[in-house]
Design a binder for this molecule. Sequence first.
Ligand code: NI
Ligand code: MN
Length: 226
Amino acid sequence: MKITFYGQNSLAIEVSGTHIIIDPFISGNPLSKDRVNINDLKADYILLTHAHQDHILDAEAIASNTGATIVSNYEIATHYQEKGFNVHPMNHGGSWDFDFGRVKYVNAIHTSSFPDGSYGGQPGGFVIEGERKNIYIAGDTALCMDMKLIPMQTKLDLAILPIGDNFTMGIDDAILASDFVACDKILGVHYDTFGYIEIDHEEAKKKFYDANKDLMLLDIGESIEL
Ligand code: NI
Ligand code: MN
């Protein structure tokens, strides 16, 4: 499993030859827009955690370019289906066996309106079980006790957690979240994009290190292999 970071919560995941894009917000991200061309991205699936602009901005363009299937909650999937895109609707607690692996849409505590204010269902995260490696993409969320349910069913190899604070968990809560999901290998996301969520990288890494955890912060376009 190869995971590439495109800023905010935008990721590309390559698993079993399948290309998955998570929460594409690239053309409007001052950190990413000059470094990543959305027209170059491959996608078989686009997974959207919730309807906020900093998670869906480039979904339509990438889906138009690639014919990718948009996977999200029922309301978001229906929104894109009405525009003619291929979709797979899910809802909280539900899993589906895709060709690349199993995906579960799990709880998040946040909000989920579309940019025009229309209803985007309830926000979520994804647990992806694929190619012998399992990952958790928390999406935008507060620390919540529901995270403790995840390791009861899935042994995670990586937890992708928001750490920017203000709109989501900050660093201290993300450290607790990594305890809750029983995974000490963390990829930090949702930081530095706007003033409200700027973080001190060295301080963040030290706090995780002091808790015997490994926090990875990738450059835009940088990848890791699991
Ligand atoms: Ni959000
Ligand atoms: Mn967000």
